[in-house]
Design a protein around this ligand. Structure first.
Ligand SMILES: Cc1ncc(C[n+]2csc(CCOP(=O)(O)OP(=O)(O)O)c2C)c(N)n1
Ligand SMILES: [Mg+2]
Length: 569
């Protein structure tokens, strides 16, 4: 009898002659790719494959919206450094992916999505749609697999492509082909992991190092600015040593936030989420050394925040121009760690330094925003919420920051290291918080995850509370509830336009939580928060804390771009 290792032991052969079906072999190929977690929403075109994948030991997280399957796979990928995997059915399952795909493309996340395609045998099928152009319009790749015996190679190649190009790859397989008897080779193709080039970090060229060292020697006020490339290259210590030798300061992009969290000369995030004090120092800088950063627009990569500075970029892929702006004139091509180490080694000892004890004290003690606002009775200042949570939440809890106006406040938790922080927002979409938290909870099941989200964003995919409950994911959801789309409210107020379309009132998330079977609390004063944290820490499982905050407190980033009537910036 034909016996393919893809059919799990004891599993009922689906064909009378005991032959596996194509979906059995496809599922086996995913297992061979070491896929251990898959975020799924089932339909005709993926359910048989998914059932076989689950039978073979893959942990399935069954979500309630396809967007959330992909978004969760994205944060899972970021946290594990592995390829994230999601599955959706054909047609309407695929079209639901269209907001998450560009977000994954821009965040350079390797993800593989197993999607069905409409059956080829029918002249008409109600869910049929031309999937390839929809997917490729987002910047993701689409692989349509129509020759059964080559499909396992197609799957393996999708993993190779996702890893090499660091972007999502969607595999489309017509479900009538999936149901055919397997007639192809018995052996699966070599898995992608065995084929990946084994390469070492790229060292810098001595000429680049010499030129860069000369530039640094001529500068007085240096800021070392690290991005995700520095995180991935484990370049934190090298950046600190470089900044120390150059007598300069340290900063990061928002996704790399916390890389220097315990360094007294770290000025926090550079970009839209900079603090007041950080901005002051950036304005004085005469050289920014960007390590492992693509110098994106929202990170101020074009020098908006450091107008007097030259920029030296240390990166494996140096760029002069990015996202519509000139970003760097000076380049040192190298792995972030090796480049920073070589530059530090080439610098002569300095007699002058920008650093001082007074500066370190100021950086430690300054409020991240000192603007005063009038707060209505019974409502909280979001900055006070953050201060209390920053002190109360255990250091080993995983932080997930969502979008919206409130995300500025949530990013200001300076004691938290980078490995405990996640934000993915390169496409600027709200509504991803629950999914990202689910992906992190799946990647780090031994730790509690804290999601910081806005009320509008949370409502956009509130159905995922059911997923979180059913899988008992260990997530605390902190809602900054201002009863509105705060971003829009503040922009409307700045323009003097009616704000009605952006205000919906204070929704009762504690009651919504209970409706989904989760514990929920409405929090209108902050005294009890440390005890609540201590109580929660004693047990596992999800919870929602709904902080009712004032919509009068405007974050510095909105104030800069949209001055508020009667207020200074
Ligand atoms: C998918 C999507 N739809 C709409 C927007 C526009 N938008 C940006 S911020 C925001 C408000 C988010 O509200 P909430 O989550 O309550 O956070 P807040 O701004 O109130 O702090 C909206 C609607 C967007 N960025 N993404
Ligand atoms: Mg809101």
């Amino acid at each position: 009898m034909f016996c393919f290792s893809g059919v799990p032991k004891g599993s009922k052969p689906l064909l009378p002659d005991g032959k596996p079906r194509v979906y059995d072999v496809l599922a086996r190929t995913f297992i061979q790719e070491e896929v251990s977690t898959c975020f799924a929403l089932l339909g005709d075109a993926n359910m048989n494959w998914a059932a076989r994948l689950a039978e073979q030991g893959c942990r399935m997280i069954y979500v309630r919206h396809e967007h959330c399957a992909l978004a969760a796979a994205m944060s899972y990928s970021r946290k594990t450094q592995e390829v994230g995997v999601a599955t959706v059915t054909c047609g309407p399952g695929v079209t639901q992916l269209i907001t998450a795909l560009p977000a994954a493309v821009r965040a350079r996340l390797p993800v593989v999505v197993f999607a069905g395609e409409a059956p080829l045998r029918s002249g008409w099928y109600n869910q049929a749609i031309d999937q390839a152009p929809i997917i490729t319009a987002t910047g993701a790749a689409y692989r349509s697999l129509h020759l059964p015996e080559r499909m396992p190679i197609g799957v393996r190649d999708a993993f190779l492509q996702a890893r090499r190009e660091r972007r999502p790859v969607v595999i489309g397989v017509p479900f009538d082909l999936q149901a055919r008897a397997w007639e192809g080779p018995e052996k699966l193709p070599t898995p992608s992991r065995q084929m990946l080039p084994r390469v070492s970090p790229i060292p810098p060229h001595p000429d680049d190092v010499a030129r860069a060292a000369e530039l640094v020697a001529g500068a007085e006020r240096i800021v070392v600015f690290a991005g995700m490339g520095a995180v991935e290259a484990k370049a934190a210590a090298a950046c600190r040593a470089l900044a120390a030798k150059a007598g300069g300061l340290l900063t990061t992009t928002l996704p790399a936030r916390g890389l220097f969290h315990d360094d007294p000369y770290c000025i926090g995030v550079t970009g839209s989420f900079s603090t007041e004090t950080g901005l002051e120092y950036l304005k004085q800088a005469d050289l920014v050394i960007a390590v492992g950063s693509s110098l994106a627009y929202h990170a101020g990569g074009g020098g908006q925040l450091y107008p007097k500075a030259k920029t030296l970029q240390i990166d494996v892929d140096p760029v002069a121009f990015n996202q519509g702006q000139e970003v760097a004139r000076h380049h040192l091509r190298a792995d972030a760690r090796l480049g920073a180490e070589a530059l530090a080694a080439a610098l002569p000892a300095r007699t002058r330094t920008w650093r001082s004890e007074a500066m370190a004290t100021r950086l430690r003690e300054a409020k991240f925003d000192s603007q005063a606002f009038e707060i209505d009775a019974g409502l909280l200042d979001p900055r006070d919420v953050i201060e209390v949570l920053e002190k109360a939440l255990p250091q080993d809890w995983e932080m997930v920051n969502s979008g919206g106006h409130c995300s500025w406040f949530f990013a200001q938790m300076p004691s938290r290291p980078q490995e405990k922080f996640l934000t993915i927002r390169e496409f600027g979409a709200i509504g991803n918080g629950l999914s990202f938290a689910m992906g992190v909870a799946a990647a780090r099941p031994q730790h509690r995850v804290v999601l910081f989200d806005g009320d509008g964003s949370l409502m956009m995919h509130v159905q995922e509370l059911e997923t979180i409950k059913r899988h008992n994911l260990n997530i605390l959801i902190v809602v900054m509830n201002d009863g509105a789309y705060g971003s829009e409210v503040h922009k409307f107020r700045s323009e003097g336009l009616p704000e009605a379309g952006s205000v919906f009132g204070y929704c009762d998330f504690a009651a919504i939580a209970r409706g989904f079977g989760l514990p929920g609390e409405s929090i209108k004063n902050l005294q009890g928060v440390p005890e609540m944290v201590a109580e929660l820490a004693k047990k596992d499982g999800p919870a929602i804390w709904d902080f009712h905050v004032s919509d009068k407190v405007v974050s510095p980033v909105i104030r800069r771009a949209h001055p508020q009537p009667g207020k200074s910036r």
